[in-house]
Ligand binder design. Structure first.
Ligand code: FAD
Length: 305
């Protein structure tokens, strides 16, 4: 069983080795004065918020779009909040050279600081010599079938290193480990199930998603209704002064939840409820008739869908 995970993608520019990665941040002995974060995924945003709140100056270099898999409106609110707390967000810019603590950017300007490379993660397979065992892989990981079996029938792969349809997240690594082990011992009896994948970016405020985004629904030609709600005036959020809280719920024409997109302090817990609703194929009429404990963020759900 191959379960070697992923490693940070190297920053392929002159001096790129000087950049630290998310693995190194917690080993820093001194808080850097200025951190230049390259990337715009969840690791880039989470560390930008952590370091800014520790008091660092933070510059976030976004090559194209921030947090691409997430809903655009939710991301816009997060980026606004990111700028509001003093993070310098720059679009269409990337570093081209690092020399000591001087970073040259693609617009010929320079910055002085520590570079944090958050440009993504790649499968950790370099030292495994997979070709010697007839195991095929590509940039997305070790190729597997629905039973997590590789192109060598005696070898399985699970977790971030496996190129399955699952996202590279802890709950799915655990699920794949269990399924691959069962198939290994019991001859491919358990195909990988299709499950909603709730995902959170642990910024302050956090954002969360599960299911389809508007872009994905459009691309798949799915007929949907989009329900947007500014939640900041709901008592749940007003009493904690959460001014960013917002929800966007996508419903199918027959009332099933296709996707849920949230920003706000309750988003990380609330997204699990939407995942449960999707997983159990519940309609909004069904959910509206459930009684939730009040006052909790779940008790607002009937107003959101
Ligand atoms: C900064 C950061 C934040 C994250 N936040 C979240 C989050 O909030 N929620 C979430 O769900 N997921 C999060 N993730 C993703 C999550 O960490 C991974 O999805 C999960 O750890 C994958 O588990 P895994 O067992 O496949 O791989 P890993 O946990 O990476 O474990 C792989 C192990 O294999 C070892 N290994 C590698 N190569 C070899 C080799 N040749 N020989 C022997 N051992 C080897 C590695 O040292 C490692 O111990 C985050 C990841 C990062 C980097």
């Amino acid at each position: 069983m191959i379960a070697s995970g992923q490693i940070p993608r190297p920053l392929d520019i002159p001096g790129g080795d000087a950049a630290i990665t998310s693995n190194d941040v917690f080993d820093l002995e001194v808080l850097p004065q200025h951190v230049i974060i390259v990337g715009a995924g969840y690791i880039a945003f989470e560390f930008a918020h952590i370091l800014r709140r520790f008091g660092c100056d933070v510059t976030l270099l976004v090559r194209s779009r921030a947090l691409k898999p997430f809903d655009r409106k939710v991301v816009k609110r997060l980026v606004d909040e990111t700028i509001q707390i003093g993070i310098d967000v720059r679009y269409g810019i990337e570093p081209v050279d690092i020399n000591g603590d001087v970073v040259t950017l693609s617009d010929d300007s320079t910055l002085v600081g520590l570079v944090l490379n958050a440009t993504g993660r790649i499968p950790s397979i370099e030292r495994l010599r997979l070709d010697a065992a007839g195991i095929e892989s590509d940039h997305g990981g070790v190729l597997v079938n629905e039973f997590l079996q590789t192109t060598n029938p005696n070898v399985y792969a699970a977790g971030d290193v496996a190129k399955s349809r699952n996202p590279a997240l802890t709950p799915f690594a655990g699920q794949e480990g269990r399924i691959a082990a069962l198939n290994l011992l019991r001859n491919n009896t358990r195909p990988l199930p299709e499950r909603p994948a709730p995902t959170v970016v642990f910024t302050t405020p956090p954002i969360a998603k599960v299911g389809l985004t508007v872009d994905e629904a459009k691309a798949q030609g799915i007929d949907y209704e989009c329900k947007d709600n500014d939640l900041s005036h709901f008592l749940t959020y007003e009493r904690i002064n959460d001014t960013t809280a917002f929800s966007r719920i996508l419903l199918s024409k027959d009332g099933h939840v296709l996707g849920a997109h949230l920003i706000g302090q309750h988003a990380p817990e609330l997204i699990n409820l939407f995942s449960f609703i999707i997983q159990n194929n519940m309609t909004h009429q069904h959910v509206k008739h459930l009684e939730f404990a009040y006052p909790t963020s779940a008790s607002d759900v009937s107003f959101l869908i």
